[in-house]
Write a protein that binds this ligand. Structure first.
Ligand code: AMP
Length: 430
């Protein structure tokens, strides 16, 4: 039987790589003061339509359970974490730094890097000063990718400007959200058509089209954006918070050398984003090259008024794909350090005792077939064992073990302690 469209079976080799990637991500998050949370795989459908509207139903797995409750498999985790925050975590000291690693489900057309079941690894920081929190969030996302030695492009945007210009022209609510989603798609014609329909001023139209096209390296681009705003007569509003963006960038620079492109055309798909946003792309991954997206957002219905949070979500599968594409060696090492080979069933008792001792210190396994020694050694080789440990009459009599190094092919007979220690040293050096 075939698996459902857009899902994957993950074999042992894939899982070894994924576990290593997960371990590095967890380690970095914990090292930066984040603590893990988990939320249900399915939620009330309303949680996702709350801010993203009814249209989202076409893009997600929505269903009724046997009691006619309207539910949905989570398409992302932010809304769930905010629900959790609202239900139980509100009283915790802020900023509250949380992270998650969860499978997500979207009813999309599957293609390379786009699945119907995929995993997100993400953080949410609730509370804190927006600029400082945004800088910390972006710096952590970069640190995680740097720990793998990945090459990537970081793009930072600021939604406050477009939202501010629209607000000053009375474009609010759903119209504003609709425009932000058109900006996100980069569809300039559709943006102009929509603005014309709203009969905004020609300056509003001009400034938006020019701003979303503004892309440049470093902080100078913020000054250029301010000039654009001024030239259309929108300069007096403090650049609609562009000074916050400058502040975020200067905090970000104190984390070290971070290369970024400022791109005011980034709007992010979901409507709850409010201020600084960012996306990270890995060149060479094809159409689905965005490995991370994040920014500052607010969901007043769940978080309360004037409560902001900043987070990111890595497309975990795409990070794994990027590591493979850039041929990065994760140094996973052999899975099994020792494979015990009793020469015959006569020595099985001694063999299992040695196995028990080894299993206390490193991964070890034993033959379960009773086949001949030659076949057992080829099996050990085929499953990538580091040492084959042979136990026969001579070894039992001498209190020794014969250790076959499966990399070099060399075989030595060592005292039991010595043999166990040798394997353990090798294991610890991995
Ligand atoms: P989003 O919640 O849409 O901002 O997505 C966050 C990240 O999840 C994106 O940057 C992608 O890397 C990843 N992602 C989103 N949708 C999919 C999908 N269908 N399959 C695999 N990864 C995805």
């Amino acid at each position: 039987m075939q698996k459902p469209k857009g899902t994957r079976d993950l074999g042992p080799e894939s899982m070894e790589v994924r576990k290593k990637v997960e371990e590095v991500m967890r380690d970095r998050c914990e090292g930066w003061g984040f603590r893990e949370v988990d939320t249900p795989t399915f939620e009330h459908l309303e949680l996702f339509t709350l801010k993203s509207g009814e249209e989202i139903i076409d893009e997600i797995y929505a269903f009724r359970d046997k009691s006619e409750r309207e539910l949905a498999l989570r398409p992302e985790v932010t809304a769930s974490v905010m629900r959790f925050y609202s239900d139980e975590l509100r009283a915790r000291p802020k900023p509250l730094k949380l992270y998650y690693f969860s499978n997500c489900f979207r009813y999309e057309q599957p293609q390379k890097g786009r699945y119907r079941e995929f995993w997100q690894f993400g953080t949410e920081t609730i509370g804190g000063d927006c600029s400082k929190t945004s800088a910390e969030t972006i710096a952590l996302a970069c640190e995680i990718l740097d720990s793998f030695g990945l090459e990537y492009d970081l793009h930072i945007g600021y939604l406050g400007v477009a939202r501010g210009v629209l607000e000053s022209e009375g474009v609010v609510g759903e119209d504003q959200d609709r425009l932000m989603s058109l900006i996100d798609k980069g569809d300039v014609d559709a943006i102009i058509d929509f603005l014309d329909g709203l009969s905004v001023s020609s300056d509003c139209r001009g400034v938006l089209v020019e701003l979303i096209d503004l892309v440049g390296e470093g902080r100078d681009t913020v000054s250029q954006a301010l000039d654009v705003l001024e030239s259309y007569g929108f300069g007096e509003e403090g650049g609609f918070g562009l000074d916050n963006l400058s502040e975020t960038l200067s905090y970000l620079e104190s984390y070290g050398d971070v290369d970024y492109t400022l791109d005011l055309g980034i709007a992010r798909g979901l409507e709850y984003y409010t201020g600084t946003v960012f996306e990270i792309y890995v060149p060479g991954l094809g159409a689905q090259n965005q490995v991370c997206g994040g920014g500052e957002y607010s969901i007043p219905q769940l978080m309360g008024e004037n409560q902001f949070s900043t987070g990111f979500a890595f497309g975990f599968d795409r990070v794994v794909e990027a590591i493979k594409h850039q041929e990065i060696d994760l140094d996973i090492g052999p899975r099994l350090m020792a494979y015990i080979i009793p020469v015959s069933d006569e020595f099985r008792d001694e063999a299992v005792q040695i196995l028990g001792r080894m299993r206390g210190s490193f991964p070890a396994d034993i033959d379960l077939t009773g086949r001949g020694i030659g076949d057992q050694i080829s099996h050990a080789d085929s499953i990538g064992v580091r040492f084959a440990v042979i136990i026969g009459e001579r070894e039992v009599e001498n209190g020794t073990l014969s250790l076959k190094d499966m990399e070099s092919g060399d075989q030595v007979e060592l005292g039991i302690d010595e043999a166990v220690n040798k394997i353990m040293e090798e294991y610890e050096s991995l």
